[in-house]
Structures are given as C-alpha cells and as structure tokens.
Design a protein around this ligand. Structure first.
Ligand SMILES: [Zn+2]
Length: 218
C-alpha cells in the first residue's frame, strides 16, 4: 500500500501520518527529511545533493527521485509508504510512477484532507496559550473559565503565535492549492483520489482514512 497524503497546513496531516505509521507500520517519506538524511549518511546521491546545495542550487528532480529510490530499496517490499510533500510537479508525478513500477509497487491512493478555508482561519486565529504553563485555549472553542485567568495555573498572561493570523493562513492555503493543482488532475484521472473532511474530529478523520485504505484491501 503506497499513498500520497495531501492537506494544507492546519488540516492535521502530520497527526494522521503518524497514526498511519503507528497503526499500520507504514513509513512516511518526506523528501526534505530524506534529503537531509542522505546528505548526513553520505550515500552516493546524498553526496551529489550536498554538492548541489553547497553551490546554492536547487536539488534536481533526478536527485530527489534517486533519494526516494534509495529509501524504497532499503525497505521490505510489504512496507507501505506515505509520500509527504512529493510529488509537487507533473514531472515528479511521472518520475514517481517509474520509481514505484521499477520496484513492483503501485500508488494506491491519494488522500486529501479537505478543509473549509474560513473555518480553518477561525480555528487557527483563535488559538492562544498561557504564557506560564503553556495550556492551550481558543477564543471560541475553549475559553478560560474566568476572564484572563489560566484555568490550570492562574496565570494572567497569554500569548499568540505571530503566524496564527488570517493573512498567513490564507497565504498558506493559496500556496497549498498552487502546489497540488498540477498533480491532482493526474490522479483524479486514475480515480485514486479520495477526500476526507479535515475539519472533523481527529479520530473521525483516522477512521475515514482507514476505511479508504481497507476498502482497497478487501
Ligand atoms: Zn497557565
């Protein structure tokens, strides 16, 4: 079982990916992490990537493909893979087909965590935490019981992350759409794209993803 997991920042992609790793023994392949690992391990491709990066150039698709191939070669054939942050372009999508086919693997599902942009803005911009103990709150969903007083430690100072503002959230959504727009039609044409409501409760999202994965096993 090999899948691509897609979702904008704030959709809970990281949580769902780590649950797939824990519950199903899948391996998450994030190209950024793999690249750093290959450089560190000084694999042949890692050394090539290092030279390119040191020259201040972007790592080519060929290098990225090589790194994914190296990672897959080091894995048992039955280990399922979650691709994260890859592919980003049509060329990479076609490379991925080749990389998988060369190893007798197929891409089984592309799962997109769908979010309602306005609801996501509300969810993210409402977050704040206690400056003393770190307890998390939300303007609408989890307010303090007593105004301006932390339920847990009684602190009166709260902080918000500077990134948790509407403009940043909307910019990230636009970036996400721009990144996935080139590749989604390829997979839609193969009927392997499933959408899950990323605004639902995390456990419900996990169940929905399981249903999709198990449906293909049956
Ligand atoms: Zn507190």
């Amino acid at each position: 079982m090999n899948i691509i997991l897609l979702g904008p920042p704030g959709a809970g992609k990281g949580t769902q990916a780590s649950r797939l790793v824990d519950n199903r023994g899948m391996v998450q392949l994030s190209t950024g992490d793999m690249l750093r690992a290959a450089v560190k391990a000084q694999t042949p491709i890692g050394l090539k990537a290092k030279a390119v990066m040191e020259a201040g150039e972007l790592v080519s698709d060929e290098i990225v493909s090589g790194i994914i191939g190296e990672a897959l070669d080091g894995m048992a054939a039955e280990t399922g893979v979650i691709f994260d942050g890859y592919p980003r372009t049509q060329a990479q999508a076609h490379s991925l087909d080749t990389i998988l086919a060369d190893r007798g693997r197929t891409l089984d599902h592309v799962i997109e965590l769908d979010v309602d942009e306005d609801a996501l803005v509300e969810r993210i911009t409402g977050r704040f935490t206690c400056a003393s103990c770190g307890e998390g709150y939300h303007d609408m969903f989890k307010t303090t019981k007593v105004a301006d007083t932390c339920d847990k430690c009684g602190g009166h100072e709260f902080k918000r992350r500077p990134d948790d503002n509407e403009e940043t959230v909307r910019t990230r959504m636009a970036e996400y759409r721009a990144k996935t727009a080139p590749i989604l039609p390829i997979y839609e044409a193969r009927n392997i794209v499933s959408r899950v409501d990323g605004m639902a409760d995390m456990d419900e999202v996990t169940v929905a993803i399981s249903t999709i994965l198990d449906g293909a096993d049956a």
